[in-house]
Design a protein around this ligand. Sequence first.
Ligand code: NAI
Ligand code: MG
Length: 343
Amino acid sequence: MSRHIAVLPCDGAGKEVVPEAIKVLRAAGADFEFEEFDVNADAYLRTGVAIPDSIWSELEKADAILFGAVGDPRVPDPEYLAGVLLRLRFELDLYVNLRPAKLYDDRLSPLRREDRRSVDLLVVRENTEGLYVGMGGRFKKGTEHEVAIQEDLNTYTGVTRILEYAFEVARREVVMVDKSNAMTHAGGLWQARWKEVAEANPKLKTRHLFVDAAAMQLVKDPSQFDVIVTGNLFGDILSDLTAELIGGMGIAPSGNINPRSGRGLFEPVHGTAPDIAGRGLVNPIGAILSASMMVRHLGHADMSEAIEGAVESAIRAGECTRDLGGNLSTGECGDAVAKRLRD
Ligand code: NAI
Ligand code: MG
């Protein structure tokens, strides 16, 4: 049965990389029906609505969502970003944010020591709670007496389900990262749930690190890590660090999933890259690897491996964009990957 994929390229670099991901999926022989929706800054400026109801109901029905990036210098108000990506994550309850970091070629690594370059880890980020829920407010705004409060929301259910998911996907070890020494209320809940979930999963190794130590260890020797599970803010920050370890923003993929409902939204980690968008300079690999995560989520592990293999081969051959040391355009890089799948 043909799967129905909702496509949201959105703005800037997103519009350039998503067509390349679709090109690669077609070359890999995916039997998908792609339907693109007009969710972007132009539509928002025209209508004042981030996602209209008619489109929302289509997104809810889709088997998966392939997403580019959202953001536009003409729309500085946070309501647009919140109305698109945060709404999708929160209202579709996509509580797991998967951010894998795998080094496809040694030359992309900033690490000097060869024995520390075998990076193949996964950041499992809590995606629906924490500091990103928008609770809080500004009192005496704009005066020198202003007080700003941003609440960190953590629930028993939310913390438990993300910890449990980390154990489901780990191969050898789960490292839980928090800042429970300084943020004692939220940290206390994470620590209590961690102890219980870890005890229920005795087959895997477990370790706890404070977030500052985790950042240090990730730079010192990222090859030690398998799965890192953490909250929304720390996961966002640490996964930018891991993206840089494997060659930068252009290459890092992500999936936002609800393993219970089966819903999923797949997007590159990068944003709309306004500094390079529109000139064929944007790297499509992050979007292509996100599409590969999507097909794995939909049950096609073989196709996902084939796409990843084609990406690795293109990168090693130097057939990539400038940020990875090549000289291909966005479209040519997509072609280089697609060609390897057709052969
Ligand atoms: P960004 O990820 O767009 O860019 C950061 C840096 O990485 C820039 O120097 C850019 O040129 C480079 N870069 C990004 N993607 C690349 C690619 N595919 N190939 C090569 N280089 C690439 O983040 P920034 O500049 O902080 O934000 C720009 C806009 O994107 C803002 O409007 C922001 O709100 C939005 N944004 C959206 C996200 C999303 O939709 N998930 C995530 C992050 C930012
Ligand atoms: Mg980020």
